[in-house]
Design a protein around this ligand. Structure first.
Ligand SMILES: [Fe+2]
Length: 228
């Protein structure tokens, strides 16, 4: 079952923390498609870096990650990216269906991350505003790294690794998660590129929650009024 529910231990007091976080994990088993996505990202990397000013984020000062605000992989016309777009839409709908959440008109903005030796993403979350919805990440190429999720209510000034939930990054694995969740990655240690795609799904075509983004760059991911 792709749905994985992270749950707090049973509360023993009326004031004890109680939470449940649904993750959705789905694998795209298509080595040829992953290779084609990798080539597409690497072919675009230099131009994106040249055109978009960097805004350091999550401990990453340079590279595509710090240009996340200036492009949207869901607008890329290359066939492998269109296939990825369809995969995301299908997984998103399945995630909602598994949770019994109705579909509605949503928008998506996504970026690529190319991480080379010694880098990691520091703990961050994508949105904790009242408008927070869903985010996702997809591993295109990697060796041995993890994305580490931190449940709420369990911090003592800093994320506690002993309370965290690690998910091993495997090529083709996508994780959908509520945008509110704090997460980080382990350090990428070898010389190969760790390539991932990440995205946010919004209920608006602009960001009411205050995240940076450019007007009009978000595009519709799903709309039950016009899509079957
Ligand atoms: Fe993230």
């Amino acid at each position: 079952m792709p749905l994985k529910r992270l749950k707090s231990p049973p509360a023993r007091s009326p004031f004890a923390p109680s939470w449940e976080i649904p993750l959705y994990l789905e694998k795209l088993d298509d080595a040829g498609l992953l290779a084609a996505i990798r080539e597409t990202v690497l072919a675009r990397e230099a131009e994106l870096k040249r055109k978009i000013p960097a805004r350091p984020i999550a401990g990453i000062a340079d590279g595509l990650t710090s240009r996340w605000h200036g492009f949207n992989i869901f607008t890329w016309p290359e066939p492998p990216m269109r296939a990825f777009h369809d995969f995301v839409r299908g997984s998103y709908r399945a995630y909602l269906a598994a949770l019994g959440v109705p579909r509605q008109r949503v928008f998506v903005q996504g970026w690529a991350n190319v991480v080379r030796g010694g880098e990691k993403f520091a703990p961050h979350c994508h949105d904790q505003s009242p408008y927070a919805y869903l985010s996702g990440n997809f591993t295109v190429a990697c060796t041995d790294t993890q994305t580490i999720y931190f449940p709420p209510f369990l911090y003592q000034g800093a994320p506690r690794i002993d309370r965290s939930v690690p998910v091993r990054n495997e090529p083709g694995l996508m994780t959908l998660f509520p945008s509110t969740i704090l997460h980080e990655t382990s350090v990428h240690t070898d010389g190969t590129e760790r390539i991932t795609l990440a995205f946010d799904v919004f209920l608006q075509d602009y960001d009411l929650g205050g995240r940076q983004g450019q007007g009009g760059m978000h595009i519709v991911l799903d709309d039950p009024a016009v899509m079957a």
